[in-house]
Design a protein around this ligand. Structure first.
Ligand SMILES: Cc1cc2nc3c(=O)[nH]c(=O)nc-3n(C[C@H](O)[C@H](O)[C@H](O)COP(=O)(O)OP(=O)(O)OC[C@H]3O[C@@H](n4cnc5c(N)ncnc54)[C@H](O)[C@@H]3O)c2cc1C
Ligand code: SF4
Length: 447
């Protein structure tokens, strides 16, 4: 039995998820990948992880709905095959690739790699009363013109339809009926410290993959002494993320990163294959951000000044490129979230101490081979490995490594792309109807 690995979000640890109206999509990258059909059957196919009780085809119509609701731009089916069969085209055509992405795709697509357009929840045309992306490259932290979808847009629509939003209300306890089987009220606090109770016939918990289990575990009563829905000690377990690695290098020609949105293309040929029996699947993307600040800092600390500094800034900013990769992570019971034993204030949310092994080995494998694939020209420099946490030196071996970044926690298997669209489509999928008819658990419930 492996020891529990507990996600820590104690004070001092940074997290990137947002507790605000609209949630974390205020500053997401808006990549809207669907799972591949094989992601639902990884145990059957590769002997690892767990199969979903439903297949890709069950979720497909709901992916489509979610994409229409959020507004997703992507390639036509006859243009590019992204591996997930579609019943209809994306709601919007794909955005054009930047000069750098074109070069990247042209070089790698003649080799063993496959570079495709990343589907994104970002307007390529006017859509849903929002303008088309104008390419000003500010997607993370925020799109200033609302060309990129955020949850706040859906909140506004819900309010127009009559929903009442209570802002600045932090729920800290759920109340149940005497059997502990149904939530009957939520308790929340306002910034002035006042305490409130709201009773309801139906309560939907949608507070995020970390906050939701935390809330359930914090809500103990006589009927549910271990927390709501936690009789079998499963709540908070199976936490998954997609640990990231990355390499940064200087291209030997000016490629001008920073034009257009921050992510446009991905390398997808490591998303699936028999190797998943042993290694994590991964997806890579070319980061399209001009690192002016980092370059200037480096050059100044190198002692560069005056006209030489100006010249070198122009040279390096236009050549410094990052490739980031996201790795598949199996849903394992020992990877979990629990409320912090030290928590004293409901508004400063904390989680328990992390015990995860985090090693900082360089993940040099595929990322580096891609950079080498960008040859025949020499790679001038690989100065840093910026955003990885813990990939086994033996390359992507299936060990759990914690990366403090939020993602969905309760999906049965978690392939490597970000999964907001899978979460949204799962939410749209009518679980009760499927449950009755097919006697299956919805995918986000863990047996
Ligand atoms: C930098 C970054 C980039 C990302 N890029 C992508 C991407 O490209 N593609 C992708 O698919 N995903 C991406 N994600 C992930 C994506 O943002 C999340 O999957 C998505 O926002 C999850 O939606 P959610 O509604 O479950 O949670 P959230 O968006 O976090 O919303 C949770 C809501 O619950 C509220 N809440 C929480 N706790 C309480 C409480 N106790 N009481 C009352 N309200 C509460 C919060 O205020 C918030 O409004 C990214 C995330 C980050 C941080
Ligand atoms: S490039 Fe600019 S306009 Fe386009 S989505 Fe990003 S921030 Fe918005």
């Amino acid at each position: 039995m492996t020891a529990d690995r507990v996600l820590a979000l104690d004070a001092g640890n940074e997290t990137q998820y947002i507790r605000a109206v609209g949630g974390t999509t205020w500053h997401w990258a808006a990549a809207c990948w669907r799972f591949l059909p094989n992601d639902f059957r990884i145990n059957t196919l590769y002997g690892v992880g767990r199969d979903w009780p439903i297949g890709y085809e069950d979720l497909e119509p709901f992916y489509q709905q979610a994409e229409v609701m959020m507004g997703v731009a992507g390639p036509r089916r006859d243009e590019e095959d992204l591996g997930s069969p579609r019943s209809a085209e994306y709601p919007m055509p794909k955005l054009p690739w930047s000069y750098m992405d074109q070069l990247f795709g042209r070089i790698l697509n003649t080799q063993e790699f496959r570079v495709v357009t990343e589907p994104v929840s970002r307007n390529s045309v006017t859509y849903d009363n929002r303008p088309a992306c104008c390419g000003n490259n500010n997607c993370m932290p925020i799109c200033p013109i609302a060309a990129q979808y955020s949850g706040a847009m859906s909140v506004t629509k819900a309010e127009r339809l009559g929903a009442q939003l209570i802002e600045n209300a932090v729920v800290h306890r759920l109340e149940t009926d005497a059997e502990g089987s149904r939530i009957t009220a939520v308790h929340y606090k306002r910034p002035d410290g006042s305490e409130h109770r709201l009773a309801a016939d139906r309560v939907v918990l949608a507070a995020h993959g970390i906050e939701t289990p935390k809330l359930m575990l914090m809500s103990r009563n006589d009927a549910a002494p271990e927390g709501i829905g936690n009789r079998t000690d499963q709540v908070g377990r199976y936490l998954t993320d997609h640990p990231g690695t990355g390499v940064t290098f200087l291209w030997d020609q000016r490629v001008y990163p920073g034009r257009g949105p921050q992510e446009m293309t991905s390398v997808v040929n490591f998303r699936d294959g028999s190797f998943r029996a042993e290694f994590a699947a991964k997806k890579l993307h070319l980061g399209n951000i001009a690192d002016l600040e980092g370059v200037v800092d480096d050059l100044i600390s190198e002692g560069r000044r005056g006209p030489e500094l100006d010249r070198l800034i122009r040279d390096r900013v236009t050549r410094k490129v990052s490739i980031n990769s996201f790795h598949e992570q199996l849903a394992l019971p020992e990877n979990r979230v629990i409320p912090s034993p030290r928590q004293t204030d409901v508004r400063s949310v904390r989680f328990a101490k992390r015990e995860t092994e985090v090693d900082f080995q360089k993940q040099a494998g595929t990322d580096r081979s891609i950079i080498e694939g960008l040859g025949p020209f020499p790679i001038a420099e690989i100065p840093q490995v910026p955003n990885y946490v813990g990939i086994d030196p033996d390359r992507q071996r299936r060990r759990w490594h914690h990366w403090i970044e939020e993602r969905k926690s309760l999906l049965r298997s978690a392939t490597m792309p970000p999964r907001t669209s899978t979460t949204a489509s799962s939410a749209l999928w009518k679980p009760s109807c499927h449950l009755n008819r097919r006697r299956v658990h919805p995918p986000w419930l863990v047996r």
